[in-house]
Ligand binder design. Structure first.
Ligand code: PMV
Length: 334
């Protein structure tokens, strides 16, 4: 088979950060200001097929069966340019992406999306990358995608320096964890689109929030504490640290000028339910990303109880557990 006929399919899952990534020191290279740590989920996978099409004049991208145009197309094509540069090739590609996240659930899919695209595209263009290199590549599509290359818990290192030095040193790696039985209840309170993209909101926070530097400092301390809690398999400590880190991230956004506010009244209602669960003796802890939905960390045996507690005020709930890293579909490279 000729190399220009290469085709590959990859599957990846989203991840939820327990120590958040919020803010870049280099936008072009997607170098973060601080390390972050996440768990990869076993739900809402993305499956992406990349097929080279030497006859085409440009990339063709479909998302859940519909042709992508505008910004989504531009981001995928710019990402493919990075892969083509690296592979020393120039063919256009046909990209087909399918997300299993329920449409309109308001849950981001950029992490699973760019992790799957990085793996499928690098294979289709004939590159064999180590996991670390794949993570660096996925990072360029969306920072959090660097962590979805790995299953379980992953730590994305901010790396050091600028330019090539920063690029080489900023990647995710798996975090060894003690015996930890953890589930994440995803409480969807609003399925609408984001008021402001995470990219723009990060930039505004870094540029204008007086709380940004202190949050980065405290996030470094949170990460040290989190690693210890994971090693011990201490779910209460993991949850407490994750919740305070997320609330700190939202506090630093609220202090931006003008404020970035993703949390809604319905978010706060779920936070109240989570506090009540704790008063009732259930280990439940909340984290929120660039949107109003809440993810509640708990023991798997408590997940149904948590679902019942957060149900009022939410439109949908899902229970996720630890999921696998990105993988190529067997036999899908051809
Ligand atoms: O990778 P991005 O640009 O979608 O940013 C993700 C930012 C948060 O989800 C809010 C935090 C994180 O670490 O995933």
């Amino acid at each position: 088979m000729l190399p220009e006929q290469l085709c590959a399919t990859a599957v990846a899952h989203p991840n939820i950060a327990l120590i958040k990534y919020w803010g870049k020191r280099d936008e072009q290279l997607v170098l973060p200001a601080a390390d972050s740590l996440s768990m990869t989920l076993d739900v809402f996978s993305t499956t992406t097929t990349v097929r080279l099409d030497p006859a085409a004049s440009g990339d063709h991208v479909t998302l859940n069966g519909a042709a992508a145009t505008g910004e989504p197309h531009r981001r995928v094509a710019a990402f493919l340019d990075l892969v083509r540069d690296r592979a020393g090739r120039s063919e256009a590609a046909v990209v087909d992406t399918r997300n299993t996240v329920p449409t309109g659930a308001g849950l981001a899919s950029s992490a699973s999306g760019f992790a799957a695209l990085a793996l499928a595209a690098s294979a289709a263009y004939g590159l064999t990358l180590r996991d670390t290199e794949l993570s660096r590549l996925a990072r360029r599509g969306s920072g959090s995608a660097s962590r979805s290359v790995f299953g379980g818990f992953a730590l994305w290192r901010a790396g050091e320096g600028a330019g090539a030095e920063g690029d080489m040193s900023s990647y995710a790696e798996p975090v060894p964890v003690g015996n930890l039985d953890v589930s994440l209840v995803i409480a969807v309170v609003d399925a609408g689109p984001k008021a402001i993209s995470s990219r723009a909101a990060m930039r505004r926070t870094v540029d204008t929030s007086p709380l940004y530097r202190p949050w980065v400092e405290s996030s470094r301390a949170d990460l040290d504490d989190m690693r210890g809690a994971l090693e011990r398999g201490d779910l209460e400590a993991v949850g407490e640290i994750a919740e305070r880190n997320a609330l700190g991230m939202h506090a630093t956004m609220l202090a931006a000028r003008p404020a970035v506010r993703y949390l809604s009244p319905a978010t706060l209602t779920v936070l109240d339910s989570v506090s009540q669960l704790r008063r009732d003796g259930i280990a439940a802890y909340a984290t929120m990303d660039a949107g109003p939905n809440v993810k509640v960390l708990c023991r798997s045996s408590d997940a149904e109880r948590v679902v019942r507690a957060v149900r009022s005020g939410t439109s949908q709930t899902f229970v996720a557990r630890l999921g696998p890293g990105a993988s190529l579909r067997p036999g899908a490279v051809g």
